[in-house]
Design a protein around this ligand. Structure first.
Ligand code: GDP
Length: 295
């Protein structure tokens, strides 16, 4: 992932790496390259500008020009700024309640249903939870079946209502069943469309209002770059979600969404999907991601 960005950043920072002494001009040129690398990676324009301005301020503030190893120092500053850009620290999901309710939202094809299965698997195996999944994607008939198959693989119960087109009532009935059966976690998959439309937003907003979730996770395909950021903004304006799940990071060579989403939407990335298999899900660590980007 992010091969192109890594390569370009490495190339622009390499020039400084071996230098014993650097000049203001060296820094200016490097920062120009860094900015170009970010824009090529499909990072939002304003984000790239702020990033470079911050790196410059820090470099001057820490007196890089007089440092013994100025190149190393610049790399550390860029690393720290990348980490900050992606949210700084890891942010956990809120699953303290019993039961806790997690609502999954996003466009069709973003990887919502797959993520619902992966999350159930992670929380069951790593955090000892007993999840119930609710199949609320009533418009894509295959989604219900897909969730049932995932549920079987993970070994968790999936609540479905054959033929119902009312996600609010499905969600409420599912929650009632979860409480009756003593599940401590409920994950609700919802319907997406190919593009944002009012009816879909109204519907998810209605489910949110009816079930009052502890956590709303917005799922988005990282390969869609700037579109991912715009979609996140629209969902957030409507739903005020708690965190972002970036899927298909395994296929994302650029990294624009991962780098821009936090600063544009001001919500943390909490998980990343790195493949189609059930265990291809990672908790998002900004600092480790910065390590990977800088190679
Ligand atoms: P939904 O319409 O939002 O529920 O999307 P799905 O869960 O059906 O996923 C759409 C497609 O993306 C499926 O073919 C998934 O296998 C695939 N997919 C989901 N997450 C990932 C991921 O992290 N990496 C890759 N490579 N494929 C993924």
């Amino acid at each position: 992932m992010f091969e192109n960005l890594s390569e370009k950043l490495e190339r622009s920072l390499k020039l400084l790496k071996g230098e014993g002494k650097i000049t203001e001009l060296n820094i200016a040129e490097t920062l120009k390259d860094v900015r170009r690398a970010l824009l090529d990676a499909d990072v939002n324009y304003k984000t790239a500008k702020t990033f470079v301005d911050n790196v410059k301020d820090k470099a001057m503030g820490q007196n890089v020009l007089n440092a013994v190893k100025p190149g190393q120092m610049m790399i550390k500053i860029v690393h720290d700024e990348l980490t900050e850009l992606m949210g700084g620290a890891t942010t956990d999901i809120n699953i303290k309640n019993n039961p806790s309710i997690i609502l999954i939202a996003g466009l069709q094809g973003s990887g919502k249903t797959t993520f619902t299965g992966k999350l159930a698997n992670l929380l069951k195996t790593k955090r000892g939870k007993n999840p119930l999944l609710i199949a609320g994607d009533v418009y894509r008939p295959a989604a219900i079946n897909q969730l049932q198959v995932l549920g079987q693989q993970v070994g968790v119960t999936v609540y479905t209502e054959e033929g119902s087109k009312d996600p609010v009532s499905i969600a409420k009935n599912g929650i009632k069943m979860a409480k009756d059966k003593g599940h401590d976690l409920i994950i609700i998959d919802t319907a997406g469309r190919l593009a944002i439309d009012e009816q879909m937003m109204d519907e998810i907003a209605a489910v949110k209002k009816a079930v009052n979730p502890n956590e709303i996770l917005f799922v988005v395909d990282s390969m869609t770059g700037q579109d991912a950021v715009n979609t996140a903004k629209e969902f957030n304006d409507r739903l005020d979600f708690d965190g972002v799940v970036l899927t298909k990071l395994d296929g994302d060579t650029r990294g624009g969404a991962a780098l821009s989403i936090r600063s544009v939407v001001n919500k943390p990335i909490k998980f990343v999907g790195t493949g189609e298999k059930l265990d291809a899900l990672d908790v998002f660590h900004p600092s480790r991601m910065a390590d990977r980007i800088l190679g």
